[in-house]
Design a protein around this ligand. Structure first.
Ligand code: AMP
Ligand code: DBH
Length: 567
């Protein structure tokens, strides 16, 4: 079976490419070469610790990982997957994820970084948009009914005129017992290094989304590896670094800031946590002498409260990175005091730009800003509604352009028109203030998105699915302030005249195959929604209004009002 070639993407102009090369930011190294080089260079060192899909603990050296990468490349090759093909990877934090990823890179295939919480709705979108040759899952993991899920994905992808992906079940890769699965048998496998353009697309990351349909983010070898190398340097990674990955491993933060790739680039050890609970995390920190960990704010808070009660031995832990959503200024000093770590704030996006606070930033900066960009070549503009620069220190919308920020999405010219300026700046949708030191403070958002504890959810997507319910007249999804999550998802709906109020809309959306983290936390029924039908901006205004009203619930503006909440 032959898949379409990697789509052309809007890329950096030649002048910028030349500069990034000349400055040594972009190098000719590809991911396949990185896998070969690091697994050989660090061969006896411990690369990955974690459990496999059966829950059996695995400890792999770089040499093991090199052999396994070749074996996985061979597996995919035998299935007919070719260099340049896209493979959707939707795996939990099991060691097979690292193996799979490195195998795909080694083969020259492009991973599409899905999350294990993604379901039918998302997997269909990714497989269709990427024209994926294969879909890697761990069948049975996390109690998911994969038989039903995969059958539906195949049907719906086919309905859209795309050949469904081959399903690759990584739980078949290793025996249930610790059989040490004879890695020696992998030694002889020859996989040619793919003939890859280092400035070509290496992987597809996921966008948090602002529209009804997913957007895929094409990252090249040169740009992504630059961000990984520079992140590893800023974060001071070295061969003794032991990094705990408790966030979903495929997430851009966990993968690249500096994340799994940063650690493997440097020769350190990746410790995968199967779940992010304080119990699991504290046990792994103690047992593996973890030096660096990363969390979203609600997770950091959960670890802080649990540490207060349990007094775990976190003496090895030097730095806790917190990012993905705004960390409250009041929590920042607590993180340091209670966990006995240095806090590093990370404000990044899968589209590119990543900001870090640095180890020599004074506490006042590290506690109250979200860091400054990786690169002197990152161009930052803070603008008003007319794209004019605001005065230094004033709030405005953040635009950015640079050596690792994309110039266009994957096969989505419409999104490109909205999300990029004519001169190639990415509209982040974030509102920020920039301090004279260059540090950014995230003050808000100007995009149709809810940030639920670091998980980004497109309001349009939820609304679109809710509107498909026959009894729903109108639906508006809003992010309502939440002490723990930062924001929770509230879906406000009105009912078709003459119909009865739908009783379980959250259940309806879940059954429709929506990722669990996007399912509304609460549904509010109103007889009438304020007028909504006049275009995009008024809808945004309506969301703002509802969100403000709901944070001081019950809503008072729609009379007569019946107001009921589903759990
Ligand atoms: P995504 O485009 O899905 O990768 O999500 C990136 C978005 O997450 C950013 O544009 C911000 O809205 C948000 N974000 C990430 N890190 C932070 C942070 N430290 N503080 C506030 N917002 C953040
Ligand atoms: O939220 C994000 O997308 C994010 C956060 C921190 C990110 O992509 C990153 C660091 O690289």
């Amino acid at each position: 079976m032959t898949r379409s070639p990697v789509a052309e993407v809007r890329s950096w102009p030649e002048e910028a490419r030349r500069r990034y090369r000349a400055l040594g930011l972009w190098t000719p190294e590809t991911f396949a070469e990185l896998v070969e080089d690091r697994t050989a260079r660090f061969s006896p060192r411990l690369a990955v610790v974690g459990v496999d899909a059966h829950g059996v603990e695995r400890r792999w050296t770089y040499a093991d990982l090199g052999r396994r990468a070749r074996a996985v490349a061979d597996r995919f090759r035998r299935l007919g997957v070719e260099p340049g093909d896209r493979v959707v990877v939707a795996l939990p934090n099991v060691v097979e994820l690292v193996e799979c990823l490195l195998g795909l890179f080694r083969l020259g295939a492009l991973p599409v970084f899905a999350l294990p919480t993604h379901r039918e709705v998302e997997l269909v979108q990714f497989c269709t948009l990427a024209d994926a040759a294969a879909l890697a899952v761990a069948v049975g993991a996390d109690g998911v009914d994969h038989a039903t899920l995969l059958a539906r994905v195949a049907d719906r992808v086919a309905e859209r005129g795309v050949e469904p992906p081959l399903v690759v079940d990584v739980s078949e890769w290793h025996g249930g017992e610790d059989d040490a699965d004879s890695t020696t048998s992998h030694t002889e496998i020859e996989i040619p290094l793919p003939a890859t353009d280092p400035e070509g697309v290496a992987l597809l990351q996921l966008s948090g989304g602002t529209t009804g349909v997913a957007k895929l983010i094409p990252r090249t070898h040169s740009d992504y590896l630059y961000s990984v190398r520079a992140s590893a340097e800023i974060c001071g990674l070295h061969e003794e670094t032991v990094q705990l990955v408790a966030l979903p491993a495929a997430h851009n933060f966990a993968m690249s800031s500096p994340g799994i790739l940063g650690v493997l680039h440097t020769g350190g050890t990746v410790v995968l946590a199967r779940d992010p609970s304080p119990r699991t995390v504290f046990r792994l920190v103690e047992a593996e002498r973890v030096t660096l960990a990363a969390a979203v704010p609600p997770l950091a808070q959960a670890w802080v409260s649990a540490a207060r009660r349990r007094h775990p031995d976190l003496s090895s832990l030097e730095v806790l990175q917190v990012g993905g959503a705004r960390l409250a200024d009041t929590i920042a000093p607590e993180v340091e005091e209670v966990l006995g770590v240095r806090l590093q704030q990370v404000f990044g996006m899968a589209e590119g730009l990543v900001n870090y606070t640095r180890d020599d930033d004074p506490p006042a900066i590290a506690h109250t800003t979200q860091g400054r960009p990786i690169s002197a070549e990152d161009e930052i503009r803070v603008v008003d509604a007319e794209d004019r620069d605001v005065p230094e220190g004033a709030e405005g919308a953040l635009l950015t352009r640079g050596p690792y920020t994309i110039r266009g999405y994957y096969r989505d010219p419409r999104a490109d028109r909205d999300a990029f300026t004519d001169d190639g700046f990415y509209r982040t949708g974030d509102l920020v203030r920039r301090l004279p030191s260059g540090h950014l403070v995230v003050t808000g958002r100007d995009k149709d998105q809810i940030n639920r504890g670091g998980e980004k959810v497109s309001v349009e997507e939820i609304e679109g699915l809710a509107l498909a319910h026959p009894d729903v007249l109108d639906a508006v999804a809003v992010g309502v302030p939440d002490a723990f999550l930062g924001e929770r998802i509230v879906l406000v709906v009105s009912t078709e005249p003459g119909r009865s109020q739908p009783s379980d809309l959250a259940g309806y959306l879940r059954a429709g195959g929506l990722a669990t983290f996007k399912v509304p936390d609460e549904v509010v029924h109103l007889d009438l929604l304020p007028a909504t039908h006049v275009g995009k901006n008024s809808r945004r205004e309506l969301r703002r209004l509802l969100s403000a009203e709901l944070s001081t619930a019950p809503p008072a503006f729609a009379a007569p009002t019946t107001h009921s909440r589903e759990g």
